[in-house]
Design a protein around this ligand. Structure first.
Ligand code: NAD
Length: 483
């Protein structure tokens, strides 16, 4: 894929910011969730009930279409997603203050190229003494989708392609911290539909999504399926809604490096994966368990790939900044990540503890013990703790515990197939990547399709169009066989 230059990025960012009449430091509430550069977004509503009704009209239109017409819309979505990837990438960074423009651009290209379309919907036939039985993948109806701030437009477009390919309508309740970016993507899908001869409002969203609008969505009788991509709180809320739901929740992916691995390659892969979009992807490497006899070589390789090693005292100081204690509604205190630090550049985070470095530093590494908060919390920042382990038994034991039973993603660098198989069996994650950066697990430099909704808790896995369907059977007794 062609790289975008620093100058081009700067130009796009300044265009985005100017078009919003805002400054880079403005709070997300200043971003316009209903228009971009004077172009009013299609499909954005001030009331969730109206948005659902519009999505239901979109659903009726999709139901009336030939599959090949649906595919024409999807082809147009892919085209616009490729063309407008730089704008959405810059808008995403400007609005959320998280991630990297170039990486976000690549994520959009991945969505455009590798999200399956209608070809993912297949029928099964069973014939025998008693005739023919057909099983088809049918749409649910209107899907209610909750999307995160970490991959906002990527998730909206990826979900839209899959859900429309399956014949559904979609209404979004996007993350309040990324409304303008998410609604840009909703508008893109609607523009694509219009250009390909579909309805002008195929998918819908809210101008000001809230927990209340999410609740309206959960309860509305027209919503037949809920799909939630986000942290543990919102996934729990959706799974307790009483409706059929797909939950794509939090991870804390561990990486094991044993002493048979290609250490140089492992060091590069881990830093590449961990720093991709400043560690925002839920699949990105979050903590490393390295065999003690190769740990020094691994750390040295990481330093050669843009990692900056901090001391135990510096790690202590940094942990007090990037993690904060909050009191929840029930009055219970809990430690959580500081939203001011999620997805920020390594240099910005280091600056907070008085360390000045240039943009060549892309990751902060430190040696810690297993109980260190950097190991235990899903930071979503380019901070990577490294824990030395004796052997494969200790590595697997600690890595499985650090994953916290999310069954989301784990990584390993090794040439020992017994070790690889043992860890894969023990950790039971939806994605297990061997000897590659984490993003190979969603089709970026790895085989297989892409998704930004990885449904571990409910088991759909690497979601695609077929995940958003329900099976229907049609039985023809005694005839329609040709043998
Ligand atoms: P988040 O959990 O903060 O928010 C997700 C959305 O849910 C937002 O719209 C938010 O306002 C809303 N929300 C939060 N609590 C809610 C509740 N109780 N009821 C209704 N809505 C609620 O997510 P985020 O910070 O944007 O994303 C980061 C988290 O999402 C991380 O934990 C990451 O691992 C996870 N994630 C998972 C996947 C996946 O595919 N499994 C993909 C992306 C992100």
């Amino acid at each position: 894929m062609a790289q975008i230059s620093e100058n081009e990025i700067r130009e796009i960012v300044s265009k985005v910011i100017n078009s919003m009449g805002s400054t880079a430091s403005a709070a997300p509430k200043n971003y316009d969730s209903t228009q971009y550069g004077g172009r009013k977004f299609l499909g954005i509503f001030d009331d969730m009930n109206k948005a659902i009704e519009a999505a239901n009209e979109g659903y009726k239109a999709v139901r009336a279409m030939q599959v090949e017409d649906r595919e024409k819309i999807i082809t147009e979505i892919r085209k616009l997603c490729r063309e407008e990837a730089p704008v959405m990438a810059a808008l995403g960074v400007a609005e959320t203050k998280m991630g990297k423009v170039e990486h976000k651009r690549l994520k959009h290209i991945l969505v455009a190229d590798k999200t399956p379309g209608t070809e993912d919907i297949v029928s099964n036939a069973k014939t025998g003494d008693y005739g023919l039985t057909l099983v088809e993948m049918a749409p649910f109806g209107v899907v209610g989708a909750i999307t995160p701030s970490t991959n906002p437009s990527e998730t909206v477009i990826c979900n839209s392609i899959g859900m429309i390919a399956a014949g559904n309508g979609v209404v979004f309740n996007p993350h309040p911290g990324a409304i303008a970016t998410s609604n840009y993507a909703v508008d893109l899908v609607n523009r694509a539909s219009r250009a390909a001869g579909g309805p002008e409002i195929l998918v819908a969203s809210m101008d000001k999504p809230t927990l209340d609008s999410a609740n309206t969505m959960y309860k509305h009788p027209l919503i037949r399926l809920l799909v939630c991509t986000g942290g543990p709180g919102v996934v729990r809320a959706v799974l307790s809604s009483g409706k059929k739901a797909i939950g794509a929740g939090a991870g804390n992916p561990p990486v094991i490096v044993d002493d048979t691995a290609d250490i140089k390659k492992a060091a590069k892969c881990i830093i590449d994966g961990c720093t991709f979009d400043n560690n925002l992807p839920c699949i990105a490497e979050k903590e490393v368990f390295a065999f003690a006899n190769i740990a020094d070589e691994l750390i040295s390789g990481m330093k050669q790939n843009g990692a900056y090693m901090i001391t135990a005292q510096q790690a202590e100081a940094l942990s007090k900044i990037v993690l904060v204690t909050v009191t929840d509604k029930s009055g219970k205190e809990k430690v959580t990540v500081s939203r001011d630090c999620v997805g920020r550049d390594a240099a910005v985070l280091l600056d907070k503890i008085g360390v000045k470095v240039g943009p060549e530093v892309r990751c902060i590494i430190c040696e810690t013990d297993f109980m260190h908060p950097f190991v235990q919390h899903e930071l979503m920042m380019p901070i990577l703790p490294i824990v030395r382990v004796r052997d494969i038994d200790e590595a697997i034991d600690l890595a499985v515990k650090a994953e916290h039973g999310n069954r989301h993603t784990a990584h390993m660098h090794s040439k020992n197939i017994d070790n690889l198989s043992r860890f894969a069996r023990a950790v039971e994650t939806t994605i297990f990547v061997k000897n590659a950066p984490s993003y190979a697990g969603i089709g970026f430099g790895g085989e297989g399709h892409a998704t930004f909704t990885i449904a571990g808790p409910t088991g759909e896995g690497i979601t695609s169009a077929r995940s958003f369907t329900r099976q229907r059977r049609c039985v023809m007794a005694d005839s329609f066989r040709i043998i």
